[in-house]
Design a protein around this ligand. Structure first.
Ligand SMILES: Cc1cc2nc3c(=O)[nH]c(=O)nc-3n(C[C@H](O)[C@H](O)[C@H](O)COP(=O)(O)O)c2cc1C
Length: 459
C-alpha cells in the first residue's frame, strides 16, 4: 500500500486554514506534571518532545485549567491571569510541541463540580450550574468518601458565569500569544461546560438552563467571546459528549441537537466526540462491553453516533476512544464517519505509533497498537464504584507518562498496578498511611455489612 492509499495519511485543512498533514490526532491526556506554579516545566517539555516528532497530524495537550481555584487536581497545568503568567514558559512549550511542524492545540478546561481541590479556601465548595453532587452509587463507604472529598457544589451566580467566560477568553488569548495553533474547549466528561449541557447537572430555570437550547448558551457565549479576541486563523474546537451514559444525563438525541445548534451558530473549527463522565467513564470503554459485534469491529466507542452526526454538520469531526488498528482507523475515515481519529492511551506506551500506522511498508495486520493487559487491574472491578477498573487504568497511564517525563525512562507495559501503588504509597505518603489503613478498614467493613445483609436476605 503506498502512502497515498492510506486514507489516514491524507492531509486536511480546518475551516480556520490550519493544515494538518494527516488524520491522526494525539488526544488530550491530563499529564499531572504541574509543580508549584502549575505552568509548563522541564517534565512537560520532555514528554511533548517525544510526541512532537512521531508524525501526528495534530497534538492536543492535556486539559489545562483556566481558573486555578477550580482545577481537576492540584497537579494540573493552569493558565494564570495576564498579569501573573510567565509567558516564556508557554512559548517554550508551544515551540517544543511544534518543533517538527505538528500543530498543537491546548485543551482549556474548568473542572466545575469535578474539582477535587484548588487554590481556594479549604472549605469552599466547587461551583457548577446547579447544586448537584457527584454520585458513585449507594455503598455507604463510597457515599461518605464522596461527601468528604467533593461535597455539593455551589450554584453559579450570573456574575460567576460572566467571570468564568472571561477566564476562558483570557486563557485562549494567552495561548494564542504563546504561539499555539488553537484551543479546544473541554465540553465533555462532566466538567463545567459539559455539566451546563447535561439535564442531570443543569437544573437552572434561567436563560442558562430553562430549556434544552438554553443549556448550550454558556458554551456559545464562550465561543463568541473567544472568537472576538483571536484572529480567524486561530483554531477553536470543542470536545463534546455523545451521551453521559448515566440515568437522567445527556442522551444521544440531545447531544445530536446540540451539535446541530453549534453548527447553526458557527465559530467552531472541529468537534471531538467522546462520552461519559467520571460517574460513568464511557470515554475509557465499558468494562461490560455490550456493543454489537459489528460495532466492536469498528473499534471506536462513539463511531455510530459520529456517523449519525455527519448528516447534521459540516464541521470537521474527530472521534476519540477505542481506535487500535490501521484498518479500524482507515475504515472510520473512508466510511466518512469522521475526519480524524483521536488516540490517547496507546501513545503513552508506544510513542511512535503514528509512524507505524503511516508506514506503507508495514502490512495492515501489523499496523496496530501494542496489545497488553494492565497487570493487577482486574482486582479493581471489586471496588463498588462504577468504572473503578478503567479509572485505575487512567492512573496507570499517568505513571507511564511520568516515567518518561520525570524519570527519563521508556514506558513499561509490564508495570504492575500493585507494585507501583505500594511504592508510591510508601515513598510519598508515609504520613497518611494510618489514614489509608483506616479507609481500607471502613471499606472492608462496609463490604462485610453488605455481604451479611445479602446472606440474610437469601436465606
Ligand atoms: C491518563 C489519561 C488522562 C486523560 N485526560 C484527559 C483530558 O485531560 N482531557 C480529555 O478530554 N480527555 C482525557 N482523557 C481521555 C482521552 O482523551 C480519551 O478520550 C480516552 O482515553 C479514550 O481514548 P483511547 O481509547 O484512545 O485511550 C484522558 C485519558 C487518560 C488515559
Amino acid at each position: 500500500m503506498s502512502s497515498n492509499e492510506i486514507p489516514l495519511a491524507q492531509s486536511f485543512v480546518l475551516p480556520c486554514g490550519l493544515k494538518l498533514s494527516n488524520r491522526i490526532v494525539k488526544a488530550s491526556m491530563e499529564e499531572m506534571l504541574g509543580n508549584s506554579d502549575n505552568q509548563p516545566n522541564e517534565y512537560i517539555y520532555r514528554l511533548y518532545q517525544r510526541w512532537a516528532n512521531v508524525s501526528f497530524g495534530l497534538l492536543l495537550t492535556g486539559n489545562v485549567q483556566v481558573d486555578d481555584r477550580y482545577p481537576g487536581i492540584m497537579t494540573d497545568m493552569m493558565i494564570p491571569s495576564k498579569d501573573k503568567i510567565d509567558i516564556e514558559k508557554w512559548k517554550k512549550y508551544a515551540d517544543i510541541c511544534q518543533s517538527h511542524g505538528t500543530p498543537t492545540i491546548v485543551q482549556i478546561n474548568h473542572a466545575g463540580r469535578q474539582s477535587l481541590s484548588g487554590k481556594r479556601p479549604l472549605l469552599e465548595r466547587a461551583i457548577a450550574p446547579s447544586p448537584v453532587s457527584l454520585s458513585f452509587g449507594n455503598n455507604p463507604f463510597v457515599r461518605t468518601l464522596q461527601r468528604l472529598a467533593l461535597g455539593t457544589p455551589k450554584e453559579m451566580t450570573r456574575a460567576q458565569i460572566d467571570e468564568t467566560i472571561e477566564k476562558f477568553v483570557e486563557a485562549a488569548e494567552l495561548m494564542f500569544k504563546a504561539g499555539f495553533a488553537g484551543v479546544e474547549l473541554h465540553g465533555s466528561h462532566g466538567y463545567l461546560i459539559s455539566s451546563f449541557l447535561s439535564p442531570k447537572t443543569n437544573r437552572r430555570q434561567d436563560e442558562y438552563g430553562a430549556t434544552p437550547k438554553d443549556r448550550i448558551r454558556f458554551l456559545l457565549r464562550i465561543i463568541d467571546a473567544i472568537r472576538a479576541v483571536v484572529p480567524s486563523t486561530f483554531a477553536v474546537g470543542v470536545k463534546l459528549n455523545s451521551a453521559d451514559y448515566s440515568t437522567g444525563g445527556l442522551t444521544e438525541d440531545e447531544a445530536y441537537d446540540q451539535i446541530r445548534w453549534i453548527d447553526d451558530h458557527g465559530g467552531i473549527d472541529f468537534i471531538e466526540i467522546s462520552g461519559g463522565t467520571y460517574e460513568a467513564p464511557a470515554m475509557a470503554g465499558s468494562e461490560d462491553d455490550r456493543r454489537s459485534e459489528r460495532t466492536k469491529k469498528r473499534e471506536a466507542y462513539f463511531i455510530e453516533f459520529a456517523a449519525k452526526v455527519r448528516n447534521t454538520t459540516k464541521i470537521p469531526l474527530i472521534v476519540t476512544g477505542g481506535f487500535r488498528t490501521r484498518e479500524g482507523m482507515n475504515d472510520a475515515i473512508v466510511s466518512n464517519a469522521c475526519d480524524f481519529v483521536g488516540i490517547a492511551r496507546p501513545v503513552c506506551i508506544q510513542f511512535n505509533l503514528p509512524q507505524i500506522l503511516l508506514d506503507p511498508t508495514i502490512p495492515d495486520k501489523d499496523a496496530r497498537a501494542l496489545q497488553y493487559d494492565i497487570r493487577g487491574s482486574s482486582i479493581f472491578s471489586l471496588i463498588p464504584i462504577p468504572g473503578s477498573r478503567s479509572s485505575c487504568g487512567i492512573v496507570w497511564y499517568n505513571w507511564q507518562m511520568q516515567r518518561v517525563a520525570i524519570e527519563n525512562r521508556e514506558p513499561d507495559p509490564t508495570l504492575s498496578i500493585h507494585g507501583k501503588l505500594l511504592t508510591v504509597l510508601f515513598k510519598k505518603t508515609k504520613k497518611i498511611i494510618p489514614f489509608f489503613v483506616l479507609l481500607c478498614a471502613l471499606w472492608y467493613a462496609s463490604l462485610l455489612k453488605e455481604f451479611i445483609l445479602n446472606f440474610r436476605m437469601n436465606k
